[in-house]
Design a binder for this molecule. Structure first.
Ligand code: TYM
Length: 327
């Protein structure tokens, strides 16, 4: 039996190459070997105030991004989270074994509390990691391919699965995070000490998956670099290391091979080559996205939901029986 992987992306804000390299690029490779389930997690997107029309548009857009990136609906199940109500039901049950201090430790809650005050945090945002745990363990997921920022949530999913198993008997598989060193934390182009982020203040922080060639050239030209002039891959040069990582991941080379390509050359040569590598990835990707009709994508999402629903239903029934519900 193939091992199962599950992952998802929130339809909130523009996706950037950090999301692609940290998550989707790995999914595309893993789908060959694993029983793969990829979700557009719309129920997570409503944990912050949002506009319904924009949410609808973004939900379809994320599904198109999955498909244009190479996720193959013949090999995987792709679906919208809110289509499968078992996610919400299991989250409620897990709420009854999750503890407030566990959720208070979560980075997103802490950041928002510091930034806007605890009073402004909605219960949905506070509880979001429990819903994420439900997403994962509902499918007996073994591996969860994500970026580094999600590892904390997967730790909680492991903890809740173990706690449930201990209280009610063996029910859930204990999931593990899957990350790759070079891609788990793509940093901001304007500040290599912080991760590339959808919610960054400056658009010079990220390359959006929707950026055109000119914008990419402009952003890479402005990207901060370290002191010195040689193209070296080293922890002492975090800005350059990040740019080399992006180059190597998009051009299927090791960081060492990228270094070798630029021996005797300076930052300007490296940056203009990097911009072209990004454009060579983005242009065909954007073309594939534009060719996908809403109808076709909706059909894929409905088929995907049907495929996963039977797994979700069976697992939830088992859970309900174990906790004493009459099913
Ligand atoms: P989200 O939507 O914020 O991010 C989607 C994916 O992109 C990764 N990522 C990055 N990877 C590398 N470098 C970066 N700078 C970077 N920024 C983002 C994230 O780690 C993530 O893998 N809670 C999740 C969505 C979710 C989920 C799930 C994921 C809900 N349920 C179940 C896995 C399994 C989130 O908000 O990701």
């Amino acid at each position: 039996m193939k091992k199962r992987i599950f992952s998802g992306i929130k339809p909130s804000g523009d996706l950037h190459i950090g999301n692609y390299l940290g998550a989707i690029q790995n999914w595309v490779a893993l789908q060959e070997e694993y029983d793969s389930i990829f979700c557009v997690v719309d129920m997570h997107a409503i944990t912050v105030p949002q506009d319904p029309a924009t949410l609808r548009k973004r939900t379809l857009e994320i599904a198109k991004i999955y498909l244009a990136a190479g996720i193959d609906p013949k090999k995987c199940s792709i679906f919208i989270q809110s289509y499968v109500s078992e996610h919400a039901e299991l989250a409620w049950i897990l709420n009854t074994i999750a503890k407030i201090p566990e959720l208070e430790k979560m980075t997103q809650f802490k950041d928002k509390s510091v930034k806007d005050g605890k009073e402004s945090v909605l219960v949905g945002l506070f509880d979001y990691p429990v819903l994420m745990a439900a997403d994962i363990i509902l499918y007996d997921t073994q591996l969860v391919p994500v970026g580094k920022d999600q590892k904390q949530h997967i730790e909680l999913a492991r903890e809740l699965a173990q706690r449930f198993n201990y209280k009610f008997g063996e029910t859930f598989v204990i999931p593990e995070a899957y990350t790759k060193k070079e891609s788990e934390n793509i940093m901001g182009l304007d500040d290599p000490t912080k991760k590339m982020s959808k919610s960054a203040k400056s658009e010079y922080n990220y390359i959006a998956l929707s950026d055109d060639a000119e914008t990419v050239r402009k952003k890479i030209k402005k990207a901060v670099t370290d002191s010195g002039s040689e193209i070296v891959y080293s922890d002492d040069k975090p800005a350059l290391k990040n740019l080399i990582n992006i180059y190597s991941l998009l051009d299927n080379k090791t960081p060492k091979e990228v270094e070798t390509l630029f021996v005797g050359k300076g930052y300007a040569d490296f940056k203009s080559a990097l911009a072209e590598v990004i454009i060579q990835f983005l242009e065909p990707f954007q073309k594939r996205m534009a060719e996908l009709s809403d109808e076709k994508v909706l059909k894929i999402l409905e088929d995907g939901a049907k495929k996963v629903q039977s797994i979700a239903k069976k697992k939830l029934e088992e859970v309900k029986k174990k906790i004493g519900f009459i099913v």
